[in-house]
Design a protein around this ligand. Structure first.
Ligand code: PBG
Length: 324
């Protein structure tokens, strides 16, 4: 060999590889999602997401406690109401499932960071993220309902509001409503570049939120677009978002990288339900090692430029001591 360059020298042993490593996963950057059911004594495993349940508040508190003991101190809440209606009224009900859960969780675990997802789709009978007229998903009339939802979360003790609906202008509408009620310190984590994705399938089974007609392609982004993600993110920044998000993560690592390069705000990525299910399915079928798959996936999301990651793998990571 004429060349003296041998990149393999930096890979010669585990210790050298550790020194040369460019991306270190910090477990403090991980957020664990929860699905909270109305009712008592309920724990329903989600078949497509082994290890993840839909739990009523009492049982969710137990899961949160055991996770907390393992070190998980950042969670994201989704609510599954008993009844759904046209206008998703359970989303902004002061005694709605998320609002009740928030009060209990914050009382028992004041040291926990509790983020709440703001959307209507888990609460609407038609399963869309906004109000519906004929076949159309209405934008502006939905904003008021989202703002009311955000405010009710703030009043119930949420630490961070995370709108995931993809209506135009919702960050601004929520910011105004929060500020007007004195919640000017409440951070907004905006699902800014949220793509219309088949990887949400298991989530929709969990939340019973699959659209009853059509799909979400008139409001969520088209996977063929990347420049448009920059536009969506910049709009949310302008409207007052404190943290922006790219979702899903795995098929959108290029988008994470692009967004990282144009903004200074913290960037979140959502390692969504279908991405988790794929790993679990491979593990179950003996097609791959769950730990190695999880490490590689989570590392790649941080390497792409995410500052924080929402992932259903968080529980396994802390329980098994991965990335320590
Ligand atoms: C609600 C919402 C969805 C997810 C997060 N918030 C579903 C959707 O948009 O259909 C997906 C999360 C996941 O798949 O893990 N709008």
């Amino acid at each position: 060999m004429l060349n003296h360059q041998r990149p393999r020298r930096n890979r010669a042993s585990k210790l050298i590889r550790d020194i040369a490593a460019e991306t270190i996963v910090d477990r403090n950057k991980l957020i664990m999602p929860h699905f909270i059911l109305e009712g008592k004594g309920l724990r329903e495993p989600i078949t497509s997401m082994p290890g993840i349940n839909r739990s009523s508040i009492d049982n969710a508190l137990k899961e949160i406690e055991s996770d907390y003991k393992n070190g998980i101190d950042k969670i994201l809440l989704f609510g599954i109401p008993e009844r759904k209606d046209e206008n998703g009224s359970g989303a902004y009900d002061r005694n709605g499932v998320v609002q009740k859960a928030l009060r209990e969780i914050k009382k028992q675990f004041p040291g926990l960071l509790v983020i709440t997802d703001v959307c209507l789709c888990e609460y609407t009978s038609h399963g869309h993220c906004g109000m519906v007229d004929g076949g159309n998903i209405l934008n502006d009339p939905t904003l008021e309902l989202l703002a009311r939802t955000a405010l009710s979360h703030a009043e119930s003790g949420s630490d961070m509001i995370a709108p995931s609906d993809m209506m135009d202008g919702r960050v601004l509408a929520i910011r105004h409503a929060l500020d007007a009620a004195g919640f000017d310190d409440m951070p907004i984590l905006a699902y800014s570049a949220k793509y219309s994705s088949a990887f949400y399938g298991p989530f929709r089974e969990a939340a019973g939120s699959a659209p009853q007609f059509g799909d979400r392609s008139t409001y969520q982004m088209d996977c063929r677009n990347a420049r448009e993600a920059e536009r969506e993110v910049l709009l949310d920044v302008e409207e007052g978002a404190d943290i922006v998000m790219v979702k899903p993560a795995l098929s959108y690592l290029d988008i994470i990288r692009r967004v990282r390069e144009i903004i200074d705000l913290p960037l979140c990525a959502y390692n969504v339900s279908g991405e988790y299910s794929m790993v679990k399915a491979m593990g179950k079928l003996g097609y791959g090692d769950e730990e190695r798959l999880t490490r590689e996936i989570i590392t790649s999301i941080f390497r792409a430029g995410a500052d924080t990651v929402i992932s259903y793998h968080t529980r396994d990571i802390f329980r098994n001591g991965w990335f320590l």
